[in-house]
Ligand binder design. Structure first.
Ligand SMILES: *Cc1c(COP(=O)(O)O)cnc(C)c1O
Length: 382
């Protein structure tokens, strides 16, 4: 493996439901779900059946052709997002690719020739390819690769900073509704509503990166539904196909006219295997009521976390099944390691935050397992 990869935490060989098993036979309760990817957990029969059926039918055709699953998925995303009759979908293969497409969309919002600025947030994460990295508000990530695409400004996450930065030279404001990699951090009250007002007034696009927050994760199909706004475009990836690589840019209404023939594309993007997988995941989320489950189990899980009377736990953040635990001291890596020892996978995105994002299928049994294992991990720190 390239040295850029972190050292692996374990060698995982199989999974089932909310559990995975390593090469020594040790089982772990997976409350990270491949970083909010395994919506249906591991080896879900509906996804297994869809992938098996599709690979035996038609797996890839290139973007010269349409396939029924691709059209079905695009129509579903248009319906689920409320992108409207004019809504359009571009398919790529990852979150970074979805944001690359969003970056190009933003560049196209420049009829005046003066709209050269894209605003994003400090501490945000939008991916690792050059344009996605340019959007990402973490200077240390970019520094080794300068120069990155220009025109991106990173604002402090305050309404005042946004008000100050907005004018008619802004092509797009691109935001994570909840900053996932930063440790599951919400925007200030009223931020998204104000961003919607200002982008509308100045003719900028409001693009939401729902790569981590989308597909039921926060207890709504998309996180922006919590805030009563409608964006001009969103990017989706992680949970969409339950572990099969896929990414999507969905444009709403007039933003759908910006990218013109030949201006973007992907050989693998929207292939029948990935889109059939996504359709199976969306079917299961709808029929099993997993968006509501995310809301309900998320509330229960936050309750469990808040009930731990630990001096280490300062606050519990997030919505639905995207949960951040703010710590009173930089102990995140130690807690995550102790949890691994107790057979529990959770994540330490930074020194003072834990991120918890179980599969959307999580139920009573897994929550009580979590309570026990997390409790033991906290005890065994000292
Ligand atoms: C994971 C993530 C990305 C990048 O997705 P990749 O599939 O790793 O390229 C972009 N934005 C957000 C908010 C993410 O959580």
């Amino acid at each position: 493996m390239m040295r850029s990869a972190p050292p692996p935490l374990a060698m995982l060989v199989r999974g089932n439901g909310c559990w995975v098993e390593d090469s020594t036979g040790k089982r772990y309760l997976d409350f990270l779900a491949g970083i909010a990817v395994n919506s249906l957990g591991h080896a879900h029969p509906a996804l297994v059946a869809a992938v098996s059926r599709q690979i035996a039918t038609l797996a890839h055709v290139s973007n010269y052709f349409a396939t029924p699953h691709q059209i079905e998925l695009a129509e579903r995303l248009r319906r689920l997002t409320g992108a409207g009759e004019k809504g359009r979908v571009y398919f790529g293969n990852s979150g970074a690719e979805a944001n690359e497409a969003a970056f190009k969309l933003a560049r196209r919002n420049n009829a005046s020739g003066k709209r050269t600025r894209i605003l994003t947030l400090s501490g945000s994460f939008h991916g690792r390819t050059m344009a996605a990295m340019a959007l990402t508000g973490q200077p240390e990530m970019k520094a080794p690769f300068e120069p990155v695409p220009s025109g991106v400004e990173h604002l402090e996450s305050t309404i005042e900073a946004l008000e100050e930065a907005m004018d008619d030279t802004v092509a797009a404001v691109l935001l994570e509704p909840i900053k996932g990699e930063a440790g599951v951090v919400e925007l200030p009250e009223g931020y998204l509503a104000r961003a919607r007002e200002l982008t509308e007034r100045f003719g900028a696009l409001l693009i939401l990166d729902e790569i981590q927050t989308g597909i039921g994760r926060t207890g709504r199909w998309f996180a922006y539904e919590h805030y009563g706004i409608v964006p001009d475009a969103i990017t989706i990836a992680k949970g969409l196909a339950g572990g099969v690589p896929i990414g999507a840019l969905v444009t709403f209404e007039a933003a759908s006219d910006l990218l013109q023939k030949g201006q973007h594309g992907s050989t693998f993007g929207g292939n029948p295997l990935a889109t059939a997988s996504a359709n199976a995941v969306l079917d299961e989320i709808e029929t099993a009521g997993l968006v509501a489950n995310a809301e309900r189990r998320g509330a229960e899980l936050r309750g469990i976390l808040s009930a731990f009377d630990s001096p280490l736990i300062r606050e519990v953040r997030g919505r639905g099944l995207l949960i951040g635990v703010g710590l009173a001291e930089p102990a995140a890596a130690r807690i995550a390691a102790a949890a691994m020892h107790e057979g529990l996978i959770l994540n330490a995105p930074n020194a003072t935050s834990l991120r918890i994002a179980p599969p959307l299928i999580v139920g009573d049994a897994e929550l009580s397992e979590f309570r026990e294992r997390f409790g033991r991990a906290l005890e065994h720190l000292h």
